[in-house]
Write a protein that binds this ligand. Structure first.
Ligand SMILES: [Zn+2]
Length: 372
């Protein structure tokens, strides 16, 4: 896919094309934005252009040719001057054999796949490009290690940090990189992409809204749905349950949600076997929690009379019931509590406890409201 075909990120792409055409490509970039909006695809295509031996004019800008020796090696995944560096590479490091896939981005990966390789001169092209993904997970040691190369990058080198949370990067890292922002993608564009057999219009619309402008995430959800993860059914049942939720239901619902989350993780693992199991479990739990957050958010919007943007557009009666229970302010507070509980996930708190705490908390306000 040439750079010009990157989906809905015209601004970021134009800025890269301009830098290339004016000979002002930075030595280091941060591609910042939510998951699944095309940061990694853009990074790869830009790398391909930087490495291409015979760039061509397409419209106003230059793009990779797609046919030269470099482009062919790139497409085959065997370009000697391109490195995709990600945390799971730990198993290919010197001491990493048999290590579980890590949660943090480990320093050994940065050392062996960036620091040690950056000094090798390009073998096929005139540049070397390093694309690091999930850099929001670089811990302080890894970031300090990376800083060494960002302070004095070799002239032929371009390092791209793909990042969902640039605030997690040290200011010293951020100040040495050019930050390029990738925004969310419009709902109708995502629905268009999701349009495929096996997925109803309702499901596609829900998944697009649930993914909140992240095309990649929406595609993952739709893959899960097609692999019979029953995400749509789970959300329908959960929103039903929340509409008539009572204190006595909290523990049973928590148990049920934990089960759903495990089932989701099992299917997700099949779709992404290279990803760390802990990561997948967290993603699955987060997805289920996100359904609750969306329902509360919808209730909040309903209370302030914004109805056309709700995620659960197909369950308006249930959302109205939830909106009756929590006014806008209470719903906002509950959402904040949910996000606090979400942070427990990062601290490896037991999933069951997370669901129980969250649902008991949801039920509690109810109780207090009744007493009042
Ligand atoms: Zn080429």
């Amino acid at each position: 896919m040439p750079l010009k075909d990157i989906f809905c990120q015209e601004k970021a792409v134009a800025s890269l094309e301009q830098a290339y055409d004016s000979g002002k490509v930075a030595h280091a970039y941060i591609f910042a934005g939510p998951d699944g909006v095309g940061k990694f695809t853009t990074a790869k295509e830009f790398a391909k252009l930087l490495l291409c031996k015979n760039p061509v004019k397409r419209g106003n800008f230059t793009d990779s040719c797609g046919t030269c020796e470099s482009c062919r090696a790139f497409e085959a995944g065997s370009h000697p001057d391109f490195e995709h560096v990600y945390k799971e590479l730990i198993e290919f490091t010197e001491d990493g054999k048999d290590k579980d896939p890590p949660i943090d981005f480990p320093i050994d990966v940065v050392r062996e796949f960036v620091i040690e390789k950056v000094s090798q001169r390009p073998a096929l092209s005139t540049r070397r490009v390093f694309v690091l993904t999930e850099t929001e997970k670089l811990n302080d040691n890894s970031q300090n290690c990376l800083l060494k190369v960002l302070e004095e990058p070799p002239s032929y080198c371009c390092i791209i940090l793909v990042c969902t949370r640039p605030d997690k990067l040290l200011p010293t890292i951020r100040s040495r990189c050019q930050i390029l922002r990738f925004g969310p993608i419009a709902e109708d564009k995502i629905i268009e992409k999701l349009h495929q057999p096996g997925l109803s219009e309702k499901q596609a619309k829900f998944l697009a809204r649930f993914a909140d402008g992240c095309l990649g995430l929406a595609c993952t959800y739709s893959q899960l749905e097609l692999a019979e993860a029953n995400l749509y059914q789970t959300k329908t049942d959960l929103v039903d349950a929340l509409a008539d939720f009572e204190y006595k239901d909290a523990l049973e619902l928590a148990e049920n949600l934990q089960k759903k989350s495990k089932e989701l993780a099992a299917i997700w693992t099949k779709l992404a076997p290279a990803t760390s199991k802990t990561d997948i479990n967290r993603k699955a739990t987060k997805t289920v929690l996100q359904i609750i957050i969306c329902a509360l958010h919808d209730a909040m919007l309903t209370n302030i009379a914004v109805r056309d943007a709700i995620v659960n557009f197909d369950q308006p009666e249930q959302i109205k019931k939830i909106a009756k229970r929590f006014d806008a302010e209470q719903a906002a507070q509950k959402i904040a509590d949910c996000f606090k509980t979400l942070h427990w996930l990062e601290s490896s708190v037991n999933e069951r406890l997370i669901f129980e705490q969250l649902l008991l908390n949801l039920a509690e306000t109810d109780k207090i409201t009744y007493i009042l």
